[in-house]
Design a protein around this ligand. Sequence first.
Ligand SMILES: Cc1cc2nc3c(=O)[nH]c(=O)nc-3n(C[C@H](O)[C@H](O)[C@H](O)COP(=O)(O)O)c2cc1C
Length: 190
Amino acid sequence: MAKREIPREQGYRLLACGPVTLVTSYYKGDMNVMAASWITPVSARPILIGLCVHEATLSHELIKKSSEFAINIPTIELMRQTRYCGSVSGRDHNKLKVTGLHEAGPHVVRPVLIEECIAHLECAVVEMVTPGDHTIFIAEIVHASAEEESFDSVYLLKERDLRPLHHLGADRFAVLEEQLIADAPTPERD
Ligand SMILES: Cc1cc2nc3c(=O)[nH]c(=O)nc-3n(C[C@H](O)[C@H](O)[C@H](O)COP(=O)(O)O)c2cc1C
């Protein structure tokens, strides 16, 4: 895949339509991947996103200890692997090995990127809040990259297998079908 670096300021747009993600984490030799859909932009300046991770997961332990993680955006072709990564724990399974997903080198953080994914956000944790059973890891996007055919400054929705994958719940997933252009004044925040 021919990925190019994109402005970090555009990084939040990779999350704009709520794709499901594969979050990679690493601490002292342990590399892991989990599915995550509870992710949201938090701030434009500084560039912050929030990732909600259940306290019982291995990912929670690794992210808490290392203060970093990477977000990878899968496509429809990775639906089965995504469900698998969200169904079993890295405490019991080497999910990167079992899925056969290929690792790609990160630019700033230590967790690997997943080569088959269309986009990546490398994130450094700046704050943690645990209001319930999930911790919200608030993190700065320190590097962002995306497949050129998939995202220019927004998702392009060209070929089906270059679109982000969405999780509807349970075993249901979806892809966006059509891009519509709004004929209206541009708001301050888009
Ligand atoms: C589509 C999908 C989305 C998920 N989103 C989240 C999420 O946002 N946060 C979370 O804590 N768990 C989420 N999960 C569940 C975790 O991926 C699951 O608990 C996983 O086994 C944790 O793996 P780990 O112990 O290796 O970190 C999701 C599962 C699926 C299938």
